[in-house]
Ligand binder design. Structure first.
Ligand code: EPZ
Length: 425
């Protein structure tokens, strides 16, 4: 179990390369199980969750190897249909393998993914979509036993609410189903567009990716393909915000401002100068940020829920009041308590958090509560006076590749320390 030690007050300056998107590489790795022949995925971040996904592919019978930031997958001959409970607990988004396993083998067995730090994580929309495509799914003693006795067939799928993962599972299951599928009220996230782009390179016929209506013409076989994963928009938001809270000036490379326009707008409202060029975003921060008014999280193209905690850390030391309304995961405020332990003034009522900015946060010993909440504590530590110790760093490692190395490259005083004391990880 390791800790991050942050000595705050250092101004972040310089440039940093952004890695590939965790939430794109995971569904693309899962969908590679649909194909015959080798796929090579480039710009893959080296994260805990990515390693879990590669382990699952190997368990299903695929050959998987990594060379630097490229992952090669060869599913030929693979016929696995089972994801052990341990992997489902390790990464609840392993549910994304369900559609691919059903499509390739006609059956799948995996344990129900538990809740997580963001609250209950239902999968009813995933199951509804797969049943519409012909899957027979029984929930027995915490396990999902799924079969597609007559294979998967095209259908009309109307989601009652937007779900990124359920849209991805439906799309993955539909691309080799017999006939055509229409998916209404689909998620529009950039990671869905990236998944569709990879599948189209594999021979899939997908129309409307990035809009709320997808149309898929099923095709019998998909071949492997080469694909470069799109930049991680939440990592981009995290490192820009880290510079913003320290009055810094940074340039992030190999990113794309089109992926996080609402976040950039909030940082500009906070007083930051933002300049965007091809693949690069530069930020210049004021000595002290201004409050950002009201921020509502929403499905893309709205303000991303994954950036809520990160921007809240910035609001904690800004001049004035910022209100966050969390509409995607209403209980996504577990980072509030540790931020308050660092001197932040935040009150939570239902799905709204009101932040009264304070002139100075102070260092403290805190625990990461989840991936993005942990990143928020690192950002608060960079702004705080004194030293902050952050434990349960494993949460952060799920979504940021060596966060301390990246931030130290920008001038932060941050180190990782192995700790003996028991923690969540
Ligand atoms: C994806 O999670 C991301 N994870 C999350 O990022 C992100 O916060 C989320 O989308 C929203 O953008 C990955 O892509 C691996 P949802 P997902 O299904 O697919 C409810 C991070 O920090 N819902 O869009 O699980 C659900 O409870 C992670 O990188 C149902 O009710 O999110 C939530 O309230 C955290 N039934 C809402 O929909 C279902 O069957 C949106 O969830 C599925 C979801």
């Amino acid at each position: 179990m390791s800790k991050l030690i942050v000595n705050g007050g250092k101004r972040l300056c310089g440039s940093l390369r952004v890695r590939g998107a965790k939430n794109s590489v995971l569904p693309i790795l899962a969908s590679s199980y649909l194909t015959q022949g080798e796929s090579v995925l480039r710009n893959c971040p080296d994260l805990t969750d990515v390693r879990v996904a590669c382990r699952i592919l190997r368990m299903l019978g695929c050959r998987v190897r990594r060379a630097e930031d490229a992952i090669a997958v060869v599913p030929d001959g693979a016929a696995g249909t089972f994801v052990p409970a341990a992997h489902m607990c390790e990464m609840r988004s392993s549910i994304i393998f369900l559609g691919a396993m059903l499509a390739r083998t006609g059956q799948a067995c995996l344990s129900m993914p538990g809740g997580c730090d963001l609250g209950p994580r239902p999968i009813d929309l995933h199951l509804m979509a797969l049943r519409r495509l012909g899957a027979v799914i029984r929930e027995e003693q915490g396990c999902l036993r799924c079969t597609a006795p007559d294979g998967l067939r095209g259908a009309l799928i109307c989601f009652p609410s937007v779900s990124v993962g359920a849209t991805e599972n439906a799309l993955i299951a539909a691309v080799t189903a017999r006939g055509c599928t229409r998916i209404r009220n689909a998620a529009c996230e950039p990671e869905i567009v990236d998944l569709a782009a990879y599948l189209q390179k594999c021979g899939a016929h997908i129309y409307g990716a990035g809009t709320s209506e997808l149309y898929v013409e099923g095709t019998a076989r998909l071949h492997g393909a080469e694909h470069t994963i799109l930049p991680d928009r939440i990592e981009t938001a995290t490192y820009l915000t880290a510079a913003a809270v320290t009055g810094g000036a940074v340039t992030l490379c190999r990113t794309d401002d089109r992926l996080l326009r609402p976040v950039l707008y909030c940082l500009q409202r906070a007083g930051c100068g933002i300049r965007c060029e091809e693949g690069r975003i530069s930020l210049e921060a004021p000595q002290r940020l201004q409050a950002m008014g009201s921020i509502f999280t929403a499905p893309h193209p709205g303000f991303p829920t994954d950036a809520q905690a990160v921007l809240m850390a910035a609001a904690a030391g800004a001049a004035g009041e910022t209100r966050f309304t969390e509409t995607v995961f209403p209980r996504r405020f577990r980072h509030v308590a540790p931020l308050c332990a660092m001197g932040a003034r935040i009150t939570v009522q239902h799905s709204e958090a009101v932040v009264q900015g304070v002139p100075q946060l102070h260092g403290a010993s805190v625990r990461a509560t989840d991936l993005r909440g942990g990143a928020a504590l690192v950002i608060a530590g960079l702004a705080a006076q004194g030293t902050t110790e952050i434990s349960d760093v494993c949460y952060i490692d799920r979504g940021y590749e060596h966060i301390e190395t990246a931030l130290a490259q920008l001038g932060a005083e941050i180190t990782r320390k192995e700790a003996a004391s028991a923690g969540m990880c």
